[in-house]
Design a protein around this ligand. Structure first.
Ligand SMILES: C[S@@+](CC[C@H](N)C(=O)[O-])C[C@H]1O[C@@H](n2cnc3c(N)ncnc32)[C@H](O)[C@@H]1O
Length: 292
């Protein structure tokens, strides 16, 4: 596996995924009952601005554009606050790094938000990345790390004792065709074991000819209400590395769709998306299990 997330940490797709993740967790935490957060593909957790975890230049077109902005939307402000809190918790004795030069990934964002009654588990396959993740998560005992295949580990973790779960599936997509189907199978596996699992499944928008049949397969196989949230910078079939970022949100919490319709266009504007790009929120599968 060649993929190293540090080259992409904090890019526009990461920001899209992480604003959504923070909004999802906070929506689920409107209920007091504890929840289990499980992440199949965790990365190293923190990208520090120096050493071998330094984020690549893609952060300039992503998080660096937002840091220091004053967004109207609560969801974007809450993401920025959670980013700052995660970075501050990691370096309590040091001056905070320049905005946009360090970045907390999904395990740290989730760990920052977990309440006393919640717990989390993050899987990372690559040993050096996993060791770095364990170090990063040291400050958050409620979030544990497993150095193992996240897709296989899911079977031993579901259903969790809390009977409430948020599952993030975020593969590297080095082999997009195979990994899209594996990600869908993992989501279905979790739903079989705990029907109410809220799943956030990230996918790259690179080529609609590949994506459209996969989305049709998702719509045919998923029975739970599924929201689709997309943000793209380039025409959806252009030959740049990554045109856009998409998330399927299965069992989306109440009103997430209407809230997203407000903050997603603002996020697009802050990220500098112009007429070549766009944003969209739609139901792929409605409440009744009917595909759109
Ligand atoms: C896109 S990155 C994760 C980024 C992270 N979720 C975030 O948003 O900050 C994907 C990670 O999955 C790891 N990985 C690849 N295959 C895996 C597997 N089968 N199980 C667990 N981790 C895997 C890679 O080493 C890489 O660190």
């Amino acid at each position: 596996m060649k993929y190293r997330h540090r080259f992409h940490a904090g890019n526009f797709a990461d920001v899209h995924k992480h604003v959504t993740l923070v909004a999802l967790l906070q929506a689920m935490q409107r209920k007091d009952k504890g929840l289990f957060y499980f992440e199949t593909h965790a990365g190293r957790g923190w990208y520090s601005g120096h050493g071998d975890s330094q984020p690549g230049s893609e952060i300039r077109e992503g998080y660096a554009r937002l840091a220091g902005s004053t967004p109207q939307s609560d969801a974007i402000r809450q993401f920025l606050d959670t980013e700052s809190a995660a970075c501050a918790a990691l370096t309590p004795d040091k001056p905070q790094p320049r905005a946009g030069s360090a970045y907390a990934g999904s395990p740290l964002l989730a760990a920052t938000l977990l309440r006393e009654q919640d717990r989390g588990l993050c899987c990372e396959l690559l040993a050096p990345e996993c060791r770095a993740l364990q170090q990063s998560l040291h400050a958050w005992p409620r979030m544990r790390t497993l150095c193992a295949d996240g897709l296989q580990s899911l079977r031993s973790q579901f259903p969790p004792r809390e009977r409430r779960a948020l599952l993030l599936i975020d593969p590297p997509y080095e082999d997009p065709l195979a990994e899209l189907d594996t990600a869908l199978s993992a989501a279905l596996e979790a739903l079989t074991r705990l029907a109410g699992t809220v799943v956030a499944l990230w996918y790259p928008i690179k080529d609609d000819r590949l994506l459209a049949p996969w989305l049709r397969r998702c719509a045919a196989r998923l029975r739970a209400p599924t929201l689709q949230c997309e943000l793209w910078r380039h025409p959806r079939d252009s030959r740049v590395a990554l045109n856009g970022s998409g998330l399927l949100i299965i069992n989306a919490p109440w009103q997430l769709d209407t809230q997203m319709q407000q903050w997603l266009p603002e996020l697009g504007t802050l990220l500098g998306i112009d007429a070549q790009g766009g944003t969209a929120v739609r139901w792929l599968v409605q409440e009744s299990g009917a595909a759109q």
